[in-house]
Ligand binder design. Structure first.
Ligand code: C2E
Ligand code: MG
Ligand code: MG
Ligand code: MG
Length: 284
C-alpha cells in the first residue's frame, strides 16, 4: 500500500493512506457479503482460431456488481481478495463455476470449447491446489483437457520450483497451462522452455502498440517466432481492429482474443456464438 501511494508530502500522504486503508476495509466487508449474497458472476470472452475463425476457447472473467460500489474492476477485487484471504474461497468458486458452465454447454450439444480460468499466485501456491482442481473436475465429470489455467508471467516467476512441480502434476492430469500477460514481466522466452506450458498470451499492451511502435512490433513477432520453434501456442490479447488481426495472422499467430471479435459476455451469448459457429461448419 505504501509503495502504491508513493507519497511525498507527509501530511497529504497520511491522509491518502488513511483514506485508502479505510476504503479497503470497507470493501473487504462488502466483498464478504458479496460472496454470501451471490453478487459475483462470471462472463466469458471468446478466443478465436485465426485459421478457422471458430471459437476454440473462452476465458472466464470475474464480475462483481456491488450495491455500494457499483461494478468493481476484477483487478481491485482480486487485490482485496488476496489481502483478506477471500481469494481461496473466490478462486475455488470461479474454477467450479467455470467448469460447471463449460460442462453444461457441452451437455447441451454445443461444439466443445476450452474454458480458461485465471489463477492468482496465492491460490496456485496453496498446498492442495492440484487436488482441488482434480476434485472439481471429478465432481463435474469434465474432461480435464477442456480446462486451461492462466497464471501471469510475473506470478509464475515466484516460487518457481514449487510451481514447476504443480504444473507437471496438472499437465499429467491433462489440464492445460498458459502464461498470461506475457511480455510484461521481462523474463526471456527461453526461460519459459522449462515450464510445461501450452500457451503464451501476449499482453494486450503490445498488441495495442504494435502497428505504431517498432519495438512493440518486434516484441510481438519475436514472441510468435520463438513460440513456434518450441511448439507453444500463441494467443494475442486485446485485438481490437481488423488491421491488428490481419497483421497477427500474417505473422503466424494461432489465436486471438479481443473486442474486435467480442467483449466478455454472459453464457447465453456464448451459446448464440457457438450456434453460429456450428452453422458455419456443418461438417464438424
Ligand atoms: P486478463 O486475464 O489479462 O484478462 C483480459 C482482460 O482484458 C479482461 O479485463 C478483458 O475484458 C480485457 N480485454 C479483452 N479484450 C480486450 C480488448 O480488445 N481491449 C481492451 N481494452 N481490453 C480487452 P477484465 O475482465 O477487466 O479483467 C482484468 C484482469 O483481472 C484480468 O486480466 C485478470 O488478470 C484479472 N481477473 C479477472 N477475472 C479473474 C479471476 O477469476 N481470477 C483472477 N485471479 N483474476 C481475474
Ligand atoms: Mg487472463
Ligand atoms: Mg491477460
Ligand atoms: Mg492482461
Amino acid at each position: 500500500v505504501v509503495k502504491k501511494m508513493g507519497g511525498h508530502n507527509y501530511k497529504f500522504y497520511n491522509y491518502e493512506l488513511d483514506e485508502f486503508v479505510k476504503e479497503e476495509q470497507e470493501m473487504e466487508k462488502a466483498l464478504y457479503h458479496a460472496i454470501e449474497n451471490q453478487e459475483l458472476k462470471l462472463v466469458y470472452q471468446p478466443i478465436i482460431d485465426v485459421n478457422t475463425n471458430e471459437i476454440v476457447e473462452v476465458e472466464a472473467l470475474l464480475r462483481w456488481t456491488s450495491p455500494v460500489y457499483g461494478s468493481v474492476s476484477p483487478l481491485v477485487l482480486i487485490q482485496i481478495a488476496e489481502q483478506s484471504g477471500f481469494i481461496y474461497e473466490i478462486g475455488e468458486w470461479v474454477l467450479r463455476e467455470a467448469c460447471n458452465q463449460n460442462k453444461q454447454w457441452q451437455e447441451e450439444g454445443y461444439p466443445p470449447v476450452v474454458v480458461s480460468v485465471n489463477v492468482s499466485a496465492l491460490q496456485f501456491d496453496q498446498p492442495n491446489f492440484v487436488e482441488m482442481v482434480n476434485k472439481i473436475l471429478e465432481d463435474i465429470d469434465m474432461d480435464p483437457s477442456y480446462l486451461e489455467l492462466e497464471i501471469t508471467e510475473t506470478n509464475a516467476m515466484d516460487r518457481v520450483d514449487e510451481k514447476l512441480e504443480k504444473m507437471e502434476s496438472l499437465k499429467s492430469m491433462g489440464v492445460r497451462i498458459s502464461i498470461d500477460d506475457f511480455g510484461t514481466g521481462y523474463s526471456s522466452l527461453a526461460y519459459f522452455t522449462r515450464f510445461p506450458i501450452d500457451t503464451l498470451k501476449i499482453d494486450r499492451s503490445f498488441i495495442n502498440d504494435m502497428l505504431n511502435d517498432e519495438n512493440a512490433k518486434t516484441i510481438v513477432t519475436t514472441i510468435i517466432n520463438l513460440a513456434k520453434t518450441i511448439k507453444i501456442k500463441i494467443i494475442a490479447e486485446g485485438v481490437e481492429t481488423v488491421e491488428q488481426l490481419e497483421y497477427l495472422k500474417q505473422k503466424g499467430c494461432d489465436k486471438i482474443q479481443g473486442y474486435y471479435f467480442s467483449r466478455p459476455v454472459a453464457p447465453d451469448l456464448i451459446r448464440e456464438m457457438l450456434k453460429e459457429d456450428s452453422k458455419l461448419t456443418p461438417e464438424s
